[in-house]
Design a protein around this ligand. Structure first.
Ligand code: UT7
Length: 337
């Protein structure tokens, strides 16, 4: 397969973790803040509540909790980690939060950096990590998805504020000895022509610095989304990209044990599963509990299904992230050593 040309090592997926957030905001509570109802939110999205980070929480603290838990579940020490990739769109520091997490967990040998690809970020980071492992550059890699979308939410906008929540999840990927490679295939896509459908843009005004030289002064604005357009994009593009990835792997939808999509809307999960003819029992959904946690949604769902024993070693997983960019992608993998 062309994606594997020149590779010298395989990849295994050996651990998962997620952060535990205590505070949950229910639909009923939200209905006291904006003109909405539990009924509207639940029937249109499947969401019942979302977690909100506490005053002491941060991408650093939640990402570190998820990473430490994933490293422990892989029976590794933080000092065994060579690389940390943090998928986030809401870093504590615009220069990156991955190094803060590296310090927090004591992964002193690891190089660490952020990747921004919104709700596709975790899948994009996982595929990026695999490239470093396949070339032999690194052995043990932690991939984190962590976002505090409550920071970027306009709590007066009922079209968006009902959707989002905070969270962090992580996995450990490891170099495989021998012939095996458990990242069976991937397919990543971007379409900047649809960029204005989903944004948290920098808004600024020009301030004169000296003579005719101006600088931009402003701030990042809350999330704006053309929900219907993004919905249409997701139900068309996500099945396509999963089918393409399956084709690269020489597999069909019948070979998938679990479908783990970005948790954006239960109706999107149902539509994609129907199109792919994957039974609903094999579709991972924790949306009712977490809402849409951006780059964190796939690793949180994965970790919950692994820890509850539903996902077992050797299971074939189809992961797909989609969202701002617009961007989307799929990875087909075998879970476990
Ligand atoms: O994470 C990145 C990827 N994001 C996504 O994939 C999101 C994709 N989009 C969606 O999931 C859906 O489009 C939404 C959940 C955002 C919206 O659902 P919808 O069924 O597409 O609703 P709509 O935007 O077509 O709005 C239908 C009606 C409108 O009223 P009118 O114009 O028909 O009178 C809205 O004003 O529902 C109204 N509405 C609400 N009513 C009560 C919109 N939001 C709310 C609300 N509560 N929270």
């Amino acid at each position: 397969m062309s994606q594997q040309t020149g590779q010298t090592h395989g990849v295994a997926f050996v651990g998962s973790g997620s952060a535990k957030l205590e505070t949950a905001l229910s639909n009923v509570q939200l209905a006291k803040i904006v003109d909405t109802s539990d009924e509207w939110i639940a029937t249109r999205t499947g969401i019942r509540q979302r977690h909100i980070a506490g005053p002491g929480d941060s991408v650093r603290s939640l990402g570190a909790e998820a990473a430490a838990s994933a490293i422990a579940s892989a029976n590794l020490q933080p000092t065994d980690i060579d690389l940390i990739l943090l998928a986030t769109s809401t870093p504590d520091d615009l220069f990156g939060s991955a190094c803060q997490i590296q310090h927090e967990i004591g992964a002193s040998r690891a190089v660490a950096f952020d990747i921004t690809a919104a709700c596709s970020g975790f899948v994009f980071a996982l595929v990026t990590a695999a490239q470093f492992i396949r070339t032999g550059a690194y052995r043990n890699v932690v991939v984190i998805g962590a976002d505090l979308l409550s920071r970027l939410t306009d709590w007066r906008d009922r079209r968006t504020c009902v959707l989002f929540g905070d969270g962090a999840g992580a996995i450990v990927m490891q170099r495989c000895e021998g012939e095996s490679d458990h990242l069976l295939s991937f397919d990543l896509r971007s379409d900047g022509t649809l960029n204005d459908c989903l944004n948290a843009a920098y808004e600024h005004e020009s301030v004169t610095l000296a003579g005719d030289i101006t600088v931009q002064k402003g701030h990042f604005s809350p999330v704006t989304m053309n929900g219907r357009e993004v919905y249409r994009f997701a139900v068309k593009r996500v099945p396509e990209v999963i089918e393409k990835a399956l084709f690269h792997a020489g597999l069909s939808t019948k070979d998938i044990d679990w479908l783990i999509l970005h948790q954006a809307n239960q109706r999107i999960l149902d539509a994609v599963a129907t199109r792919l003819k994957i039974p609903s029992e094999q579709v991972v959904s924790n949306m009712a509990k977490h809402g849409n946690t951006d780059a964190a949604s796939i690793p949180i769902a994965l970790d919950e299904w692994v820890r509850s024993g539903k996902i077992k070693n050797g299971d074939t997983l189809a992961l797909s992230g989609f969202g701002a960019g617009l961007s989307w992608g799929a990875a087909i993998l075998k879970w476990g050593q």
